[in-house]
Design a protein around this ligand. Structure first.
Ligand code: SAM
Length: 439
């Protein structure tokens, strides 16, 4: 660790004492509003503690250190916000995502940056989020569901496989690389214990390999953002410099962002004394294309399409997840538009899981309700954040509903859908997934 502090001193000689002072204080607490489901104003009006804007992105806020257990808040269950370290929200704005872009997040779990990209896409375009480690990809999927993302494909592959299958396809790519995590030290003792100079060197080799896979997937004139949550030069400036030496068709570009400190002219490094735990981000532009073509996906209508569409229309108004129905085994999906051919990829989810076929009936799935708004649902009940009913619902209990409410019914908290149940005779049978309940 002596070496770690020595390197920080070399990086910020004038501010080193301030860094050390901050280093011994409590870590920042931050959240990002999910604009697919909520707004900053609405969230503030429903929380009983103050939110303060961060300098890193439009929808990032600090919240008070004494607030514990925010993950159990009904609005967190509903996907109104994502708990995210403030400086970790700095990389996605550098991508400059516009509605309609095709975006790849190569190292995606647990999904903080992917769900941030999804809010910027606002349901348009396509997001491929990839996570190499299967167990982490499952967590990523549950966050994609919670945040109500309907235009994502969640995969679990080695970056070389993604490069082989999806060349020249994306407008924007994020490589938020696995790193030595120096910016996690205040939060994560394990990262501190694992740190060694040799480990940072190993990380830098892997980071360059991941970038060399990602580059193939980018279209000509596309943007690639590289980020880490570590400070040292080997994993940041070192990796970028080597990458550009090996790939002269990439240039560093000015992102126009004003947070943090500049390095390599336009890249950014954020230290604890800059308002976040620590991050590095650099925006690169691909100036000429590589070979390779990604075929489009061939959508095929299922044999019983009419029956499935009737089921869809019985629960939702105006087909809010489009009409690209596909049935795989006993599961009914609504696929996003503009999909690439995903043959050969390990795909955990594409689009929305609408329902499951059970013997002679179809049961709707949680994921579809999470991606819907109250106006999309034929039936819904709206509960107040402070009500006993929302506590009971998130605990897995039955709740009372008006006698007229019948059948599959969305449950919302202050207008934000958080799950569903089945209503009959004034009672809603709880369908909130067991693994998500507040117990
Ligand atoms: C910094 S984390 C990503 C955090 C994520 N972007 C977010 O905002 O929530 C890096 C991820 O890279 C994954 N990873 C580890 N080894 C990898 C490799 N060789 N290639 C690609 N990804 C890898 C890790 O499992 C980890 O989930």
């Amino acid at each position: 660790m002596e070496k770690f502090f020595e390197e920080i001193k070399n990086l910020i000689p004038d501010d080193y004492d301030e860094f050390l002072k901050c280093y011994n204080e409590e870590p920042y607490k931050g959240l990002r509003v999910n604009t697919l489901k909520c707004t900053g104003e609405k969230l503030q009006s429903l929380l009983n503690f103050p939110l303060k804007k961060t300098p890193f992105c439009d929808n990032g806020y600090y919240y008070p250190n004494e607030e514990k257990g925010l993950g159990k808040n009904p609005l967190h269950h509903a996907g109104a916000f994502y708990i995210q370290e403030p400086s970790a929200t700095s990389a996605v704005p550098m991508l400059g995502v516009g509605e309609g872009d095709f975006v790849l997040d190569m190292c995606s779990a647990p999904g903080g940056k992917s769900t941030q990209i999804a809010s910027m896409l606002n349901g348009k375009g396509l997001l491929v989020c990839n996570e190499i480690i299967k167990s982490r990809a499952n967590i990523l999927l549950s966050n994609i569901e919670r945040m109500g993302v309907k235009n994502a494909i969640v995969t679990s592959n080695h970056p070389t496989v993604i490069a082989e299958k999806l060349p020249n396809f994306f407008d924007k790519i994020l490589v938020d690389a696995p790193c030595s995590g120096e910016g996690m030290f205040r939060k994560d003792n394990e990262a501190q214990q694992e740190w060694s100079y040799e480990h940072t060197v190993t990380c830098s080799v892997r980071q360059l390999e991941i970038l060399n896979s990602a580059k193939t997937c980018l279209k000509e004139k596309g943007v690639l953002v590289y980020s880490t949550c570590t400070y040292n030069k080997r994993e940041n400036e070192g990796v970028i410099t080597k990458f550009i030496e090996e790939n002269p068709n990439f240039v560093i570009e000015d992102s126009g962002k004003t947070y943090g400190r500049n390095t390599l002219k336009y890249a950014k490094r954020i230290f604890i004394n800059d308002g976040g735990e620590g991050h590095f981000c650099c925006r690169l532009r691909k100036t000429s294309a590589n070979d390779g073509y990604t075929e489009p996906y061939k959508y095929t209508k299922p044999k019983d399409e009419k029956k499935y569409l009737e089921f869809y229309d019985s629960i939702f108004n105006n087909r809010p997840f489009g009409s690209n129905l596909e049935v795989i085994k006993d599961k009914i999906y609504l696929l996003p538009n503009n999909m690439p051919n995903i043959k050969g990829l390990n795909v955990l989810r594409a689009g929305i899981l609408l329902g499951e076929i059970k013997k002679n009936r179809i049961e709707p799935c949680h994921s579809a309700f999470m991606a819907s708004k109250t106006e999309d649902c034929k039936n819904y009940v709206d509960l107040d954040i402070n009500s006993e009913e929302i506590k009971k619902f998130l605990h897995g209990e039955e709740i009372p509903v008006p006698k007229e409410t019948k059948g599959y019914t969305a449950v919302a908290v202050n207008g934000i859908v958080t799950g569903f149940g089945k209503a009959s005779n004034g009672t809603l049978k709880n369908k909130y997934p067991k693994g998500l309940r507040n117990l």
